[in-house]
Design a protein around this ligand. Structure first.
Ligand SMILES: Nc1ncnc2c1ncn2[C@@H]1O[C@H](COP(=O)(O)OP(=O)(O)OP(=O)(O)O)[C@@H](O)[C@H]1O
Ligand SMILES: [Mg+2]
Length: 1079
């Protein structure tokens, strides 16, 4: 069978005593020692953890360790208190079983440390969150507060719990802490007023004096010096390794975290201070007149300060220390107290004050840490109760403490030894009984209601008459003498008569853990726990909120004459309740063992350990465990838990649960010796088998989870797929519809097109046919017409002339022509040759005729016009014509001359008497007479001269006198030079070598230049004996002045030159004529 290897295999010694071979007390101790020497302080006996106190801090409580043990199986790792805590926490969380952790062992064995480790582990592994962390913090911080007030240094333990503590931590279904409830059991209050040698009072007194600030101490009216207080023993006030001052700060901080208000803390400290003050009140006797002694307070200063602290009227308290009032039904008797009684009263008050303060603290802490939610809680109880104690001098407290330990041992025996063995028998499992010591008999000796020690003590306390510790011992001697665990010198049992180790005022009980000698002194008082009513009433009157609460019985309105229950019976009741509570829960044991008595590390005192091993019944535990079965479970839950490991039982088994489990075990092939079938339960021998089952279950759960996951995923995918499919069908349907619609539309439109084409084609065909038919008809009609025509013409031809058509044509043309000519006649234009009008042609074919007629008409019109001319006019026009031939388009002056008639004689020489002389000098007819400018070569300026032209010569005469200045016969004139421009300059060039040429050429200027030159040219043309006159038209020509030739150059001047023509001499050889630019 394959199981995960347990770390138990590779351990120092044996991690689980069940595996110890051979099993004997020696080997047991050897194993413990070996492991202790190697710092392995934890060892298992099955599921029970043995814890050895290492008396030094080991590195095995780190957060890493917490993580290591978290969620691991109990036997998987080396033994550790964390493994137990984890197991308990997980079965609480996962299996919904309330748990209790029972930590037992003698004083100083490490119970309180173990309880703190369990709590811190659970706090570390449970849920996190702001609220949860607060709860955790409050639960954890309740420890330092209670330890400060309830722990003290004893000879066995520097931090000995002097009260019993049971704490229920409440969790919700997730395993998150919700809160807690603390129950406290019987504080050893006698310690407040007196401590055995080598021991201290409760830590808080020393912490307050060492750690409080001067200011606080002043407020509390305290002195830092321990020796100032009677209640603080001096010999061991300072403990090595205990920093009271630092612890005080821790306690104050813890109180704050737990939720104490500042004024509450102050009240608590005031009470602590008051107890110290109370201890300092001393009494002295004072004789009274009646001869009795009455107590008086020695020094009232402490009383005064205490009263100030608690807000009590000093006189009231003073009186309470001096008198005692006893109230019977109807009467009230007041007696004075002697000094001893006063001291008793003082101490009683101090003890009550302190113990009530402690109870109040627990209640106050409970108020803070109680679970808020009202839902069902799962509970983990942690029991850390004072350990078994054997002192030199054992009193009532030790008796009570040891009784409690007896009860715990009893529960251990009940649940692990007796119950287990009885269960095997009950279940019909083959079983050889293992002997063990059952301490029920001792418990009975103490708690029996009829003759138990506690019952007898109560009886004594309640009995009228004189009751002393001795009467109580007597009673014990008479009643318990026969009890095998009771020993007393005075008992009738002669066995102890000579036992000198047993003093007369003592009795001895053989506890499960050893014999303890109890001194009966003050048993009755401590059991009565009496506080004089005067004191409780004085306290009630205090003007201090906390004190008033602590002494409710002091309220005069609520005087209760009934005796309060005794301390012993109270304790018995609460222990009974505790035991019943523990029995309802699943127990987890931590058995603490103290290795030595010296509080020293590394020392292993065999005898001491052996003693503890014996009385703790560890050997028996191992034996029962080895012979028995590690695990048992009813068939139903077992089948329910493991049914998934077998196909036949999974998922449902229809038969009885036992058969189902049998099938399951057979299927898993668990060896037969590993388990047994009981009547209602299956018993599994070895934890490994359980391990194996758990491991298989874990795997199976994983597989199941995978299966569920698989099915879920499958279902999810399938649902998704079906959804997709459905949507796909819808989409496809819509798409197909759409596609079909589209296709149909296409086909429809295609059909329509085809139809239209077909119809078109048909229609066209029809049309063609119809057209054809129509054409045929037309053709037929035409043919018929032609045919008829032919026929008719053939018939009627004889009635028409053959050329009638031409004639009609000619006639028509004639008529048109006639009409044209007649029309033209009426629309002819005027006779003026320059009239450009001509009627529009009516027919195009007459185009040529029309143009020709226009030309002819124009020629005719010109001829007619010419015919109207006289000879002179004709000559004038001839002259004009000649001028045109000479100058047109050659000289710019010409156009202006066209409209001027050539008058010739402008000076009317013959008629003007002024020119008579000149006229007489000219024998020829004057063809032209006009004034010209003769240009002076020297400056270009002109001189006015009369220019005369006759058929034979040219004359120049003075304008004023008419005297002839020059006469040039025309044959001497070789040529005339003119410019191309609009000026009137002209040069008469004379033939070289002629007589006239002596004086040089003439450069003249006249406005009538065109007329003069034309006339000069005409004379040359009409005179037969003369050469044609040359006319040179150029803008640059030479003029022969006497000897020199001067060049006359014409330039076009801008408008700036003025409107007139100017001539300037540029140099000897150049005359420059500027002619205004013609526009
Ligand atoms: N696991 C541990 N690691 C280190 N030191 C330890 C451990 N357990 C106990 N101790 C030491 O032993 C001392 C006594 O332990 P603890 O107070 O837990 O004893 P106890 O069993 O509660 O005694 P009592 O019955 O007197 O209250 C502690 O103060 C501490 O110094
Ligand atoms: Mg303790």
């Amino acid at each position: 069978m394959e199981v995960k290897t347990s770390l138990l295999d590779n351990m120092i010694g044996v991690g689980d005593m069940v595996l110890l071979e051979p099993l004997s007390e020696d080997s047991f101790l050897d194993n413990l020692r070996k492991r202790f020497d190697h710092n392995e302080i934890y060892t298992y006996i099955g599921s029970v953890v043995i814890s050895m106190n290492p008396y030094r801090s080991l590195p095995i409580y780190t957060p890493d360790k917490v993580e290591e043990y978290r969620n691991r199986n109990f036997y998987e790792l080396s033994p550790h208190i964390y493994a137990l805590a984890d197991e308990a926490y997980r079965s609480l969380r996962d299996q919904d079983k309330d748990q209790c952790i029972l930590i037992t062992g003698e004083s100083g064995a490490g119970k309180t440390e173990a309880s703190k480790l369990v709590m811190s582990y659970v706090a570390a592994v449970c849920g996190k969150g702001q609220e949860v962390n607060k709860v955790k913090e409050q639960l954890l911080q309740s420890n330092p507060v209670l330890e400060a007030f309830g722990n003290a240094k004893t000879v066995r333990n520097d931090n000995s719990s002097r009260f019993g503590k049971y704490m229920d931590i409440e969790f919700d279904f997730k395993g998150d802490p919700l809160g807690g409830v603390i129950s406290n059991y019987l504080l050893e209050k006698s310690r407040v007023v007196k401590q055995p040698r080598g021991e201290r009072n409760f830590h808080i007194f020393y912490q307050l004096l060492s750690g409080a600030s001067d200011d606080t101490l002043k407020k509390l009216k305290l002195d830092r010096d321990f020796s100032k207080y009677n209640y603080l023993s001096l010999d061991s006030a300072v403990v090595n390794g205990l920093d009271d001052a630092a612890n005080f700060r821790t306690v104050r901080n813890a109180m704050q975290i737990v939720g104490f208000m500042e004024d509450e803390v102050q009240s608590v400290l005031e009470l602590v201070a008051a107890v110290l003050k109370l201890g300092n009140i001393e009494f002295k006797p004072e004789s009274r007149s009646n001869g009795t002694d009455e107590s008086r307070i020695k020094d009232k200063n402490d009383l005064k300060e205490m009263c100030e602290l608690l807000g009590i009227e000093q006189s009231v308290l003073e009186r309470a220390f001096s008198y005692r009032t006893v109230e019977a039904k109807m009467e009230k008797v007041s007696t004075t107290l002697n000094v001893a009684q006063a001291y008793y009263a003082r101490d009683a008050l101090a003890k009550n004050l302190y113990s009530r303060l402690f109870t109040w603290l627990v209640t106050r802490i409970n108020e803070s840490i109680k679970a808020q939610a009202k839902t069902r809680h799962k509970v983990m109880g942690v029991l850390d109760i004072y350990g078994f104690e054997i002192f030199e001098d054992n009193s009532f407290e030790q008796f009570i403490i040891n009784y409690c330990n007896e009860k715990l041992q009893q529960i251990f025996i009940e649940l692990t030894l007796r119950e287990e063995q009885e269960e095997y028998v009950r279940e019909g499992i083959e079983w050889t009984n293992i002997e063990y010591f059952n301490n029920a008999v001792i418990c009975d000796l103490i708690e029996n209601n009829q003759n138990g020690i506690l019952a007898m003590l109560d009886e004594e306390c309640l009995r009228p008459g004189t009751v002393t510790d001795e009467t109580f011992l007597d009673k014990l001697n008479t009643i318990c003498a026969e009890h095998q665990h009771f020993e007393s010198r005075l008992s009738k049992n002669s066995k102890f008569l000579t036992d000198h180790s047993l003093p007369h005022n003592c009795f001895r009980i053989q506890h499960y853990a050893g014999k303890v000698l109890y001194r009966v002194e003050s048993f009755v008082d401590k059991n009565n726990d009496l506080l004089y009513r005067d004191l409780s009433q004085a306290m009630y009157k205090a003007n201090h909120s906390l004190i008033k609460q602590l002494f409710p019985e002091g309220n005069p309105a609520k005087v209760n004459l009934k005796r309060p229950p005794t301390a012993g019976s109270q304790f018995k009741t609460s222990v009974g309740t505790l035991m019943r509570n523990l029995q309802t829960k699943n127990p987890n044991y931590i058995r603490c063992i103290k290795p030595n008595d010296k509080k020293a590390s590394h020392i292993f005192t065999d005898s001491l350990v052996c003693h503890q091993v014996r009385y703790l019944g560890l050997m028996e535990n191992v034996r029962v465990r080895r012979a028995g079965y590690a695990f048992r479970q009813a068939y139903e839950p077992c089948l329910e838990r493991y049914k998934m490991l077998c196909k036949k039982t999974w998922p449902h088994w229809n038969g009885p649960a036992r058969e189902g489990v049998e099938v399951l075990m057979a299927d898993l092939q668990v060896p037969a010796e590993e388990f047994s079938y009981g009547r209602s339960k299956i018993f599994i021998r070895n934890p490994r088998t359980l391990f194996f089952l758990e491991e298989r279950r874990r795997q199976c759960l994983q597989d199941l989870a995978s299966l569920i996951q698989k099915i879920y995923r499958g279902w999810k995918c399938r649902t998704q797929f079906l959804l997709l499919k459905k949507s796909q069908i819808v989409v496809a349907a819509w798409y197909r519809r759409f596609a079909q619609q589209k296709k149909y539309q296409k086909i429809k439109s295609a059909t329509t097109v085809m139809q239209s084409y077909a119809r078109g084609w048909q229609a066209r065909k029809l049309l063609r046919e119809l057209k054809y038919q129509k054409r045929c008809k037309e053709a037929v009609t035409t043919i018929a017409a032609f045919w008829h025509g032919t026929q008719v013409r053939r018939e009627y031809r004889k009635f028409f002339r053959a050329n009638a058509g031409k004639k009609i044509y000619d006639f028509t043309i004639q008529r048109i022509m006639q009409k044209y000519f007649l029309g033209l006649k009426t629309t002819l234009p005027s006779m003026s040759p320059i009239d450009k009008n001509w009627p529009v042609r009516p027919y195009r074919f007459l185009d040529g005729v029309h143009k020709e007629l226009r030309r002819i008409f124009h020629l005719w019109r010109c001829k007619k016009y010419r015919e109207k001319f006289t000879e002179e006019r004709k000559a004038v026009y001839e002259e004009k014509l000649e001028a045109s031939e000479i100058f047109k388009d050659k000289k710019a002056l010409y156009p202006s001359s066209v409209s001027q008639p050539f008058k010739g004689d402008y000076l009317e020489i013959s008629k003007n008497p002024k020119y008579q002389k000149l006229n007489s000098a000219v024998d020829e007819k004057v063809l032209l007479a006009d004034v010209v400018n003769k240009i002076n070569r020297a400056n270009g300026k002109g001189t006015a001269r009369i220019f005369l032209l006759t058929k034979k010569s040219v004359l120049l005469a003075d304008q004023k006198t008419g005297q002839v200045k020059a006469s040039v016969p025309l044959p001497d004139v070789a040529s005339v030079s003119v410019s191309t421009q609009s000026d009137g300059f002209f040069a008469l060039k004379l033939k070289e070598g002629s007589a006239s040429a002596v004086k040089g050429d003439f450069l003249l200027s006249s406005e009538r230049l065109i007329e003069i030159i034309t006339k000069l040219h005409r004379i040359g043309a009409t005179t037969a004996d003369r050469d044609q006159l040359n006319i040179d038209i150029s803008d640059e020509f030479l003029v022969q002045f006497k000897q020199d030739k001067v060049c006359v150059k014409f330039i076009q001047g801008g408008p700036k030159n003025g409107s007139g023509v100017s001539c300037k001499r540029k140099n000897n050889r150049l005359l420059e004529v500027s002619v205004p630019t013609t526009a």
